[in-house]
Ligand binder design. Sequence first.
Ligand SMILES: [Zn+2]
Length: 310
Amino acid sequence: MTSGDEVVVALDVGGTGMKCALVRPDGATVHAERHATDAARGPEAVVGTILDVAEGLAGKARADGRTPVACGIAVPGVVDEARGVAVWSANVGFRDVPLRDLARERLGLPTALGHDVRVGGLAEARLGAGRDAGHVLFVAIGTGIAAAHVVDGSAAVGAHGAAGEIGHILVRPDGPPCGCGRPGCLEAVASASAIGRRYAELAGTPATAAEVADRAADGEPLAGRVWREAVEALADGLATGQALFDVATIVIGGGLAQAGPRLFDPLRTALHERLTFHREPRLVAAALGDEAGCLGAALLALDTLAKESR
Ligand SMILES: [Zn+2]
């Protein structure tokens, strides 16, 4: 389908920064750059930067003797992948931005628009920790909790572009309020931010989730309790995910995965305890780090290119 000098222009747009790259069809990154999103400037200025950066990357590819063949852009929030529209984003401010068509017009290349976590899951399932698993649930745990269900290399989008919102599974009906407006969602109990908040509430002194994990490992009872509660809630959420999706591998990414065995050991045990007839999935840490979104945007662009040339 593609020859050796072909590359995809890939951008992963976050609330604070954009990870951008030229990626070969085999998933190898040949050039990477980062830019500030500076979302405070407003969505129009951010869109302008995205288009300028994408155009610059395509130019860089040509200057290096490569051929840009497609463009993939990943954004947070609610994304209508079929129409290529960034429907809504809390941290970038998008409201119904037809980003795919804007980029296609500017670059003159087939372009795909994807959701940051879904394409991240796509990359982990095809190139990273879920490689060869077929059925993968990618769960990103940071300030919130989001997920992507990937089957045979393609991430489910949902009827309204909102599949994979595992962070809003109700795990503690009498729990703390969630940003979505309801109490007791998984991300209100077990996201990295929620862990820090809960510890601060009980201890009267602020701490990050990583610090809570450290203190729990050092035997501090309060930190141990907060960590245990979060792990139990996560296991409840993952058990629900497994009941729904029956995956071979659950890949945990995002900041909380950095806790390593302090997270994975108790989480594996807690998940095991909750599963009855369901087969236990492999529970592994993400392998691609913060490059997953950018690689996933490239994969989505290549998928689009393959569809369009069919
Ligand atoms: Zn919620």
